[in-house]
Design a binder for this molecule. Structure first.
Ligand code: MSP
Length: 528
């Protein structure tokens, strides 16, 4: 059975991709940002019970990678192998990224199909030979319009000098696709999100598209043009095709049908046009169906500039996870920055959110409830026999939070507001405990007092059951600890098998569950 079988209804998998990253260097915070977002999104859909496919990988051809390898005295392939195995894959594992596949553009499963794709377009007359000259930014791997350059002929994104290139190239008839693209955007208003990104693309296409140079002959680190092997295929054409080749395009039709089209291509805003203009045009030219959506996230900024390897001021993802832990890292960037907008990172803000939201609001709630079930009921979850309006308000709060989070995270990719909705519920449960003051009620030995105490603690523990499920996509390790502490697994099964649709059905955690005080979920920060 292919891992991506069709769902019961025969629908294709919910297929999400990250950009494939250049391996000229190790991953930084900006790369991890998109990859974590995709991981949370796909985990959320898995938790909905959907069939999911999550793809990431590396973009290994082109001048940028070639020059880096040369500067390090190794072949490009050696360089890529080393970086992928020593830096990229280990970081994704460390960050608990549950990708289903990892594509490398130097793999034959990719390169062979890229050649076939280009050959097919050539035979259809979509590719022709011509000449081109213009300013080229190697960091972008893109020809620039002279009018877009900054003073001193600098790339507007990288602020580095462009190079003047003159080549005889093969061209793709991109200019012929403007009208069809505009019609497509019109018919599919959610194809490009957020709205600001969509507007930018629409006005760009309305200005008129130029044919695209799709081959290079001044260097050879790339996939050869099959009918003219002095040329290699432009790295972006090669790279975009990864989304199709990785799911069986041209090699495994069953898998391809069960996965393609992609539901969401997650991209940084700087590479939006490649995904929202060139890629759909390539697919139209070849007769393949188009992806259902492209979502452009903003940039992580340092000192007002896009964070990049050169201006990272020494912060690496691992440095942050060492200090805050992996789950807090996953939480922080998605909670602090509305997805689609730029955002800045600061140690102070991260520390403040860690302490107030994670350690105080969430971690303390979990440990207090487990401690009280231990102290007053020997660790056996009591039955709620005295539920009244206060408990009903909690059940209602949960239903509202779950519904909001499901739409916000699962459909809108509004991670910040979705996580916010879950944390509103965490706050509500904290408020409930302060109001009900079980530590005071415990002093009343009467049967009524004990029934009240049991009801309060049941209500809090049952709320934590739901919180563990809702936060599992965001903080898988923490949720697993909480699930274990609630003694949920013997009664309800594995955390990953809990469904979002059922999470607000009150009473899931049965009386009798063995609650233990687990590890502290968010230890106090050192040097905080
Ligand atoms: N290889 C191409 C993508 C090909 S996809 C078919 C590429 N690679 S990249 O490594 O340069 O960048 C990959 C992604 O990282 C882009 O989406 C880019 O926006 C993102 N980021 C790089 N720096 C970033 C920030 N400082 N903040 C957020 N994302 C950033 O482009």
């Amino acid at each position: 059975m292919a891992a991506t079988g069709t769902t019961a209804s025969g629908e294709s998998a919910y297929y999400v991709t990250t950009p494939i990253y250049y391996v000229n260097d190790a991953p930084h915070l900006g790369h991890a940002y998109t990859t974590v977002a995709g991981d949370v999104l796909t985990r959320w859909h898995r938790q909905r019970g959907e069939k999911v496919w999550y793809l990431t990988g590396t973009d290994e051809h082109g001048q940028k990678v070639m020059r880096t390898a040369e500067a390090n005295g190794v072949t490009p392939q050696e360089w890529c192998d080393k970086l992928v195995e020593d830096a990229w894959k280990p970081l994704w594992e460390h960050l608990q990224i549950a990708n289903d596949d990892f594509i490398r553009t130097t793999e034959p499963r990719h390169t062979d199909r890229v050649q076939e794709f280009v050959q097919d377009l050539y035979e259809k007359g979509e590719i022709y030979k011509g000449g081109y000259e213009g300013p080229y930014c190697v960091a972008c791997e893109e020809y620039k319009s002279p009018g877009d350059l900054l003073e001193g002929d600098l790339c507007p994104i990288h602020k580095r000098p462009v190079e003047w290139l003159k080549e005889e190239n093969y061209f793709f008839r991109l200019s012929a696709y403007g009208e069809r693209l505009l019609e497509f955007y019109e018919r599919n208003p959610d194809f490009i999100r957020p709205a600001s990104a969509r507007n930018e693309v629409v006005s760009f296409v309305k200005q008129g598209l130029q044919d695209l140079s799709i081959s290079r002959s001044t260097f050879d680190w790339g996939v050869p043009i099959p009918w003219d092997t002095k040329h290699v295929i432009y790295v972006w054409i090669d790279a975009l095709l990864n989304y199709a080749t990785a799911v069986g395009y041209g090699s495994d039709q069953e898998k391809f049908d069960a996965t393609w089209p992609a539901n969401i291509h997650l991209v940084g805003k700087d590479i939006l046009r490649f995904h929202a203009v060139i890629w759909p045009a390539m697919l139209m030219a070849n007769g393949l169906s188009l992806p259902r959506g492209v979502f452009a996230n903003g940039w992580l900024m340092v000192g007002g500039e896009k964070m990049s390897k050169s201006n990272l001021t020494g912060i690496s993802p691992r440095e942050l996870t060492e200090h805050f832990g992996v789950d807090a890292y996953r939480y922080y960037f998605l909670r602090a920055i509305p997805f689609g907008q730029d955002g800045s990172f600061s140690w102070e803000d991260f520390s403040a959110r860690y302490t107030s939201e994670l350690a105080n609001d969430f971690g303390n709630l979990a440990s207090r409830v487990a401690a009280m079930v231990g102290k007053y009921f020997g660790g056996t979850l009591p039955e709620a026999t005295d539920a009244g309006p206060a408990e009903q308000a909690i059940a209602d709060g949960l239903a509202a939070a779950a519904a909001q989070a499901d739409t916000l995270i699962g459909d809108n990719l509004d991670f910040s507001a979705g996580i916010g909705a879950i944390f509103e519920f965490v706050k509500q449960v904290n408020g409930y405990l302060s109001d009900q003051a079980p530590w005071k009620v415990a002093k009343d030995d009467s049967p009524e007092g004990q029934a009240r105490l049991a009801t309060i603690l049941y209500t809090a523990a049952e709320s934590l059951r739901a919180i563990a499920v809702l936060l599992h996509p965001v903080m898988p390790g923490t949720s697993a600890k909480l699930w274990a502490s609630l003694g949920a697994e013997p009664h309800l099964g594995a955390l990953a098998d809990q469904r979002i649709a059922d999470v607000a059905t009150w009473g899931g955690l049965p009386a009798g569950a063995q609650v233990v005080k687990g590890e502290i979920l968010f230890p106090r920060l050192e040097n905080a």
